[in-house]
Design a protein around this ligand. Sequence first.
Ligand code: C2E
Ligand code: CA
Ligand code: CA
Ligand code: CA
Length: 276
Amino acid sequence: AKGEGRNNFQYYRDSMNSAMVERANMESKLREAIRDNRLFLLYQPQADLRTGEVIGVEALVRWKDPELGMISPSTFIPFAEENGLIVEIGTWVLEQACKQAVAWLDETDYPIKVAVNVSAVQFAKGNFQEVVRNTLARTGLDPAHLCLEITETSFMEHIDRIDVVLEEIRELGVLIALDDFGKGFSSLNYLRQFPIDILKIDRGFVNELSTTSDTGAIITAIIAMAHALGIKVIAEGVENTQQLECLRERNCDFVQGFYLHVPQDGRKIPPLLVIE
Ligand code: C2E
Ligand code: CA
Ligand code: CA
Ligand code: CA
């Protein structure tokens, strides 16, 4: 029995070591990917539910490692938030997305907006307003064509400063979207307390829309409340026509999801903007 205990301990220690090695390996690979420009962006269209027109796209970062293959942002973003690499990644994503938007605007004259995800860790850095201002200046993107998607984690962790940062960013003319609404402990208070233009209903809610009637009632209430506060609503994760119709009945403004478009290469966006 004693021997077994030792083996278990040994096993535990080995697996802990290998987890640490894996983390260290992942970190150096991620640093390499940033350095060698191996991260890239895909863009998922967001459409007006009334007209069907694409009104914007969300930039979603991708990482393809030559050995490990595609690594999901759900894996490497939380990791990058822990080790701080997210600040560098986030700045790169912002710059890249703004450049792309400028290119689309030149190419098509279509008033498309680009939405960029911002991590709570980026707000914690203190100079995020500067990063946004400088990136807009450098790329020449009209601020009205940029939307920043933030989650409530930002509010919870840096609640003392974030309202000031958001106000400054909004004064530039940039839009603010509250992402993943309904996923965590979303407080209705956030909607009142912070300057938000757009609320994104989490895809968990949308997913249940066709099966659970309570979810429908909650979505109806969220949309009515947002509209009463002058906030527009995007439903994310729309995967089928039933969900789309439920959202239409409930006066949702915009939709995003695989049913409409999966995330696309930037070059595939302009043809999607052509209105027949
Ligand atoms: P998110 O911000 O909620 O982004 C939406 C995610 O839902 C994307 O996953 C998108 O591909 C996926 N999605 C879109 N439509 C559907 C659908 O109809 N059904 C389902 N099941 N999924 C759908 P993705 O690209 O894997 O990104 C996952 C998360 O990683 C994002 O969730 C976001 O939190 C984070 N992320 C991605 N790119 C960035 C980035 O540039 N910066 C930061 N900070 N986070 C990012
Ligand atoms: Ca133009
Ligand atoms: Ca998002
Ligand atoms: Ca989301």
